[in-house]
Design a binder for this molecule. Structure first.
Ligand code: DGP
Length: 112
């Protein structure tokens, strides 16, 4: 499968790793939109939020268990934003489920 984030997880493409466990890999976004901009991905390939189901949702839960740990290690003590873009209208550019964690400043009140 020709998936950029699968290649990053496999170490075939370099990334700035922030966190890793059995299920989850997190790394710095190459085009940061905030002082802290981390991408968190499942190690198994799930294309997008629209493909989350009863078979794979336990892996997605692992991402949300990792987020507070990552936020703490990144010093996001005053809050942060978690976003996933899905499909064409959501402007998803990489077709491997990922959650953006943005913080380190007061973020915009608009999301769309
Ligand atoms: P989205 O638009 O939600 O699909 O976000 C994809 C993000 O992935 C975007 O913010 C830029 C980031 N990105 C794309 N290619 C690479 C890469 O090769 N390395 C890293 N670290 N981030 C990437």
């Amino acid at each position: 499968m020709d998936c950029l984030f699968c290649k990053i997880i496999a170490g075939e493409i370099p990334s700035a790793k922030v966190y890793e466990n059995e299920w989850v890999y997190a790394f710095r976004d190459i085009q940061p939109q905030a002082p802290v901009h981390v991408l968190i991905v499942p190690k198994v390939h799930i294309c997008c939020a629209d493909a989350i189901n009863a078979e794979n949702s336990a892996t997605v839960a692992k991402i949300f268990e990792a987020i507070p740990e990552i936020a703490k290690s990144e010093g996001l003590t005053n809050g942060y934003r978690v976003i996933t873009n899905c499909g064409e209208d959501g402007c998803q550019s990489v077709k491997h489920l990922h959650f953006h964690v943005l913080g380190g400043k007061k973020l915009s009140e608009t999301m769309a």
